[in-house]
Design a protein around this ligand. Structure first.
Ligand code: NAG
Ligand code: NAG
Length: 409
C-alpha cells in the first residue's frame, strides 16, 4: 500500500496544547475537532508485494501459504487468551506474540507494517428512527467503498461485546477484540458509524497515525492493549466510573453531563498521564470536518474539481477501479496550494444520531438526514465514476446518468 504525499495538507500550525484546548472548549457543543494520533514504536519490515493469481491461490490453499492456519502452537492455543477488555491475567508480550504468529504465517508477513483493519459498528437492535437503518446501511456502504479502494479489511460489529459498555464505550471492546483477531494487521482504525468518507482517494500517512475520539488509528501493540484497558477503566463497567465522572467534570469545566465519557477521558489521559507521550495530536491536515460547515460547500467543490478535469486530460481517462491510486496522485499534484477547494477527508455527523433520531435540537431531523444523503451522494459520485455513472443531483441519490466518454471535456 502506498501512502500519498500529503505535505500540502498543511494548515497554519498551532501548538498541540492550543488545539487540545479548543477541542476541550468544543466538547460542550459535541463537536470535538481535536486531531489526535496515537502511536508506538515503529517496527520495520521490508514490505514486498505479493502477487497471486486465483489459480495460484487455489493450488496453495491447503498449504500454510494461503489462508490456512499453521499447525504449530501459537497465541490462540493459550487458554488464558482473552479477547475482553480488562482481562485477567492481562495480556503481556503481545508485540512478540504477534511477531511469532507472523513467522508462522509467512504469506501474511509481507505488507504487515502497513496493513489496516477498519472497525466500525452500530447497535444490536433496529433503529428507532424510521430511516435510521437505511442511513446506517448507506454509511456502511461508504466505508466498504473506501476500504475496497485502499485494500483495507473491514469489520462491522453490531454486538455489545461488553454488556455494560454501551454507546460510545462499546467501540473499545470491539477494537480490543479486533487487535487479537488480526495479528496480521499493524493498525486498527476505528471509525464511528455516523462518519462518512468524503474524499475516497485520500489515505492518511502511516506515521504518525491519526487518532481522534471518534476516528482513531491504533497500532496493534501491547501499548495499545494497555491503553485501551486504561481508557476503558473510565467506563460504566468500572468500579471507578463515578469517580472518573467527578474528575473529568472538575478538569473540563464545560463538560455538559456529569458522567465520564470517552472523549474527555482520552483528553485527560493525553494531558495528565504518561499516555500523552505516545498520543500525537494531528493538526497538519484537514482530517475530519464538521458537517454543518462542509455540506453546503459540496456543489462548489464539485464544480472546482470538474474545472480541473476539463484542464487535465489524464484525469478524464477511464480506468479500472484497481488502478485508481495513480490517478489520485495526479489529483494531488493538481490540488497543491489549493487547500480551500479540497474535498474534506471525513465528514462527521456530530449531533445527528441517525439511528436513534435523538439529534441535537439545534438541527432538525430533516436537515441531518438531508445532509447525510447529500454527503453520501457526493462520495458515491467518486465511486460511481469508475463504474461509468454519476448522480447529477446530490439531493437525489435515486437518479444516475451514464458518464459520456472523455467527460467532462
Ligand atoms: C493462566 O493464568 C493463570 C493465572 O494467572 C496461571 O496460573 C496459568 O499458569 C496460566 N496458564 C497458562 C497456560 O499460561
Ligand atoms: C460557492 O461559490 C460561489 C461563487 O464563487 C459563492 O458565491 C458561494 O458563496 C459559494 N458557496 C458556498 C456555500 O461556499
Amino acid at each position: 500500500m502506498v501512502f500519498p504525499d500529503h505535505s500540502h495538507y498543511a494548515i497554519p500550525k498551532r501548538s498541540n496544547a492550543a488545539l487540545l484546548l479548543s477541542a476541550v472548549s468544543r466538547l460542550g457543543g459535541g463537536a470535538l475537532v481535536a486531531f489526535m494520533f496515537i502511536w508506538t514504536i515503529w517496527s520495520s519490515f521490508n514490505p514486498t508485494p505479493i502477487t497471486r493469481t486465483l489459480s495460484a491461490l487455489a493450488e496453495t490453499s491447503h498449504t500454510n501459504l494461503g489462508r490456512h492456519d499453521s499447525p504449530e502452537r501459537n497465541i490462540y492455543d493459550d487458554p488464558n487468551l482473552s479477547y475482553a477488555l480488562g482481562s485477567s491475567p492481562p495480556m503481556k508480550g503481545w508485540n512478540e506474540k504477534r511477531q511469532e504468529w507472523l513467522k508462522q504465517h509467512p504469506s501474511l508477513a509481507p505488507g504487515a507494517p502497513t496493513r489496516i483493519v477498519m472497525v466500525t459498528g452500530s447497535q444490536p437492535g433496529p433503529c428507532k428512527n424510521p430511516i435510521g437503518d437505511h442511513l446506517l446501511l448507506k454509511l456502511f456502504k461508504n466505508k466498504v467503498d473506501y476500504c475496497r479502494s485502499h485494500g483495507i479489511d473491514i469489520f462491522y460489529n453490531n454486538a455489545l461485546l461488553h454488556p455494560q459498555m454501551f454507546s460510545f464505550w462499546a467501540k473499545m471492546a470491539a477494537v480490543r477484540a479486533a487487535m487479537l483477531a488480526h495479528p496480521e494487521a499493524e493498525w486498527i482504525w476505528w471509525v464511528d458509524s455516523d462518519a462518512a468518507f468524503t474524499d475516497m482517494d485520500f489515505l492518511p500517512p502511516p506515521l504518525p497515525p491519526p487518532q481522534h475520539g471518534r476516528v482513531f488509528l491504533l497500532r496493534n501493540s501491547q501499548w495499545a492493549l494497555d491503553f485501551l484497558d486504561m481508557w476503558a477503566s473510565m467506563g460504566p463497567q468500572s468500579p471507578d466510573y463515578a469517580k472518573w465522572g467527578q474528575t473529568l467534570s472538575s478538569v473540563f469545566k464545560d463538560k455538559i453531563f456529569p458522567e465520564s465519557d470517552d472523549q474527555s477521558g482520552l483528553i485527560y489521559l493525553y494531558l495528565k498521564e504518561k499516555w500523552g507521550e505516545k498520543i500525537y495530536v494531528e493538526d497538519e491536515y484537514y482530517f475530519e470536518g464538521y458537517w454543518l460547515e462542509i455540506v453546503p460547500t459540496f456543489e462548489n467543490i464539485t464544480a472546482r474539481y470538474m474545472e480541473i478535469e476539463r484542464n487535465v486530460g489524464t484525469l478524464r481517462r477511464r480506468h479500472a477501479e484497481k488502478v485508481s491510486e495513480g490517478y489520485a496522485r495526479v489529483w494531488e499534484e493538481q490540488l497543491k496550494g489549493k487547500e480551500d477547494l479540497r474535498r474534506p477527508f471525513i465528514t462527521h455527523f456530530t449531533g445527528c444520531q441517525p439511528c436513534t433520531g435523538n439529534h441535537n435540537r439545534m438541527y432538525s431531523g430533516d436537515s441531518c438526514s438531508d445532509a447525510m444523503i447529500k454527503a453520501l451522494a457526493f462520495a458515491d459520485n467518486q465511486v460511481l465514476k469508475n463504474y461509468g455513472f454519476m448522480h447529477p443531483d446530490l439531493h437525489d441519490p435515486s437518479t444516475v446518468i451514464p458518464l459520456p466518454f472523455d467527460y467532462p471535456a
